[in-house]
Write a new protein. Sequence first.
Length: 286
Amino acid sequence: MRADGKDSTWESEAMTLEAERLMISGVEVELAQFGGDERPDLLYLHGGLGPERSTVFLQGLAQQFRVLAPTHPGFGASSWPQHIRSVSDLALFYLDLADHLQLRDAVLVGSCFGGWLAAEILTRSTARFGRLVLIDALGAKFSDRLTRDITDIHGLSEAEVTEILYYNRAHAMADYAGLPDEALHGIARSREAFAYFGWKPYMHNPSLRHWLHRIDVPTLLVWGAQDRFVSADYAKHYAEAIPNSELYIVPEAGHFPHVEQPERVLDRVLPFLSVAEGAMQQGASA
């Protein structure tokens, strides 16, 4: 949390939170938890900038769910073994993690790169998940090969990237000089892994859009109206490709609407998830 009370994606990477370390399929991964064990499970997959911890959004979700927030292999302090080489490997890893955690009718929420992962996971299997929320997800290609769907940010300055990712630049400001070495190392690893997994083809799987129809759980897409990384038009194509989906455009927000407008996003996401929770309870009592 910034000194002025505003949330910051960049600074959230450095926040300390007790996280257990699990060994899953040869990967030692960090797993943080918000909320009580008695609540329904929600698996949150963070974006390409690294793990988001202690944010208003995650704390809001934790009022109704047990939020499980792993750090992707290669990001932050999670290990990166040689057999994890692609987004497909990451998707299979997360299916193993869901089995290990014995998730049942869990909610899956993914932001940015985590949204790409969430889509890849559920095109393979929805057996352990009952609802999906994608927040400004990457991963799909909808236009022709000469038209760029996703802005290339790797060759830009940090100031230029900030303009692309945020509506309000204040949310991106961080005092790197004040961060401990461990936190800086985690940020550097996250950036390296993000570039590696999204390098070629750039930030997408050319086949993914052809398999999005396999996602057979109710889906909510949440998108920042001013996102210049993946636009609202891109979001409409994403929503059209997933059956039983709906799209919510968040005003005055860029690529991380849950960071810039957490209350607005929670006001839309929680009712969507409450419907799912009610349906599960009815099925259990039938």
